[in-house]
Design a binder for this molecule. Sequence first.
Ligand SMILES: [Fe+2]
Length: 179
Amino acid sequence: MQTAHEFFLHELSDMLDGERKLVEILGKQAEESARPDLKKGFQMHQRQTEGQVSRLERVFEELDAEPEAAECAGISGLQEEHDNFKQEDPAEDLLDIFNVGAAKKVERYEITAYEGLIQLAQQMRHRKAVQLLQQNLREEQQTLKKMEAFSKKLKPENMGMGEEEQNPRGRKASRRRAA
Ligand SMILES: [Fe+2]
């Protein structure tokens, strides 16, 4: 690879694969959510992500190019983290917290990726591509804010610290024993 054009098409193809994967992943996360508000949040972002896929396809049309067969290893890695975590048989509330954390990681990844794509598109003076990519970037930034608000609301039900540490009287007793 030698040219900005080749590089841009490569990065765009990677992003398109990532967004397509996310449509599937978000559907799974919506199904898994124990909280109705979270379920709705993931469903909404799934629909939004379908729109992002269409915008990326339009960028390819604008450039009169075809997407390459690319695999977004970043998003696959995050998907693998999710699948491994599920094998730990997590409680519902913990799975919700995990999924919101994963969504925040995804958004930060996507925000950085879109910023890079936009910079390249600006340097290459692809005005229409800049516009389309900026729309996707704005949606990712809004979703990150929403997920941050969710994560503040979520709290694990069971702190798992044992009775002595959860009960102030118990803690006193254990301190006395230690002294
Ligand atoms: Fe996205």
